[in-house]
Ligand binder design. Structure first.
Ligand code: WQD
Length: 350
């Protein structure tokens, strides 16, 4: 239930994949959720569906974390107890082509948010960080003390954003939790919320495109890695486990101080070929694959040590890979076009 004294939550990026699932969960548990989103990558319809599945109103303020005035306008509209900050760009490939854009949105946007929080006296923050901060940690599990050596401007932007938050915390005495997501996948159990992007590049949405006939085959980026079957290993986590971690982190900010980072994963790794096999089992469809060259910036293995979040927040992942794929498959069959019909015509300023 709602943590003492943090009922009213501003959720930046709440019209996105993780944001809409987060909004639905928090609203269903009695938080009063206001979404702040520029709708550049998110969908108004995702918020409508989050409101429907939670049975609660979810307000949307259209605004941009790059624009200090629009942030001030949002804080002036509500008496927020806490912020969950998900608004960011999140493509590794895109960050390599446009590193400044990632610094501007992900780092300066976070800096703006912290300034607005300080101005309006809001001192509880949950931040959407990423395992991309670690880069390649070989065959070891990544702990929160693993050196931060990101391989992409996206990962670097998350390191920089965490540092801005630490400065905000030491300046104001705020409480902040940074959640370092491993590989979020899957969809809401209602199958009415899920990941929706034009031309996905992440493994499981691409596999679903193959199953649905939108793509002829899956390119397997490298079969010669030093792993059990030669393909990369990742820690896939169900989106619903991930958003529960956000609620646990939000509650945790009511009885902690300082800034703390937590890995959010299952602690178990799956290879690319194992994901393909589970997808074949779940969908009972063929998934043709084609061997392709390694993808730049891919670490061999990235699996979380999740002992700290379990010890401090009592959170553990509950859903396995088949459950993740089953939920993704249900979403994609129920809504083959995702939220496409609700794409906003006026994109936010670039
Ligand atoms: C997983 C594995 C690919 C597609 C990224 C970000 C991370 C997070 C999740 C935001 C890799 C292989 C993939 C394909 C393939 N994003 N693959 N063929 O790269 O681990 O993580 O997304 O927070 O920060 O870094 O996820 O799903 O793209 O790739 O072989 O068509 O699947 O090489 O080994 P990744 P992914």
């Amino acid at each position: 239930m709602v943590g003492a004294g943090c009922r009213d939550v501003l959720l930046t990026g709440g019209a996105g994949y993780i944001g809409a699932h987060c909004a639905a969960l928090l609203a269903s548990e009695g938080y009063r959720v206001t979404v702040f989103d520029n709708l550049e990558r998110g969908y108004r319809q995702a918020i409508q569906r989050a409101s429907m599945v939670s049975g609660k109103p979810i307000e949307l303020i259209v605004g941009d974390v790059r624009d200090m005035e629009s942030l001030r306008g949002a804080f002036a509209q509500g008496d927020f107890h806490a912020v969950v900050h998900l608004a960011a760009l999140k493509s590794v490939e895109e960050s390599i082509q446009e590193p400044e854009r990632y610094q501007h949105t992900n780092v300066m946007g976070t800096e703006n948010l912290c300034a607005a929080m300080e101005e309006f006296g809001v001192f509880r923050l949950v931040f959407s960080s990423s395992a991309a901060v670690y880069g390649d940690c070989g065959s070891d599990l990544a702990t929160e003390s693993t050196p931060l050596r990101p391989l992409s401007p996206y990962g670097q932007s998350k390191v920089d954003a965490e540092e801005r938050i630490e400065r905000f915390v030491s300046r104001t005495g705020a409480a902040a939790v940074s959640l370092r997501y491993f590989n979020p996948v899957g969809a809401h159990p209602s199958a009415s919320l899920g990941e929706c992007s034009d031309g996905p590049t992440n493994l499981i949405p691409v596999v679903m495109d193959v199953v649905l006939g939108n793509r002829r085959s899956l390119d397997v980026f490298g079969r010669d890695y030093p792993t059990r079957d030669g393909t990369c290993i990742r820690d896939y986590i169900h989106i619903m486990d991930l958003v529960v971690a956000h609620r646990s982190a939000l509650d945790h900010t009511t009885h902690m101080d300082g800034a703390k980072a937590y890995n959010v994963g299952t602690g178990r790794g799956s290879s690319v070929l194992e994901v393909v096999d589970r997808a074949r089992e779940v969908t009972q469809r063929v998934v043709p694959t084609r061997d392709a060259a390694r993808r730049d910036g891919d670490p061999v293995m990235l699996v979380a040590d999740v002992s700290r979040i379990e010890a401090d927040l009592g959170w553990v992942a509950t859903q396995d890979l088949k459950s993740m794929i089953r939920s993704e498959w249900a979403w994609r069959r129920a809504w083959p076009d995702g939220y496409a019909s609700s794409r906003e015509t006026s994109a936010a300023p670039r």
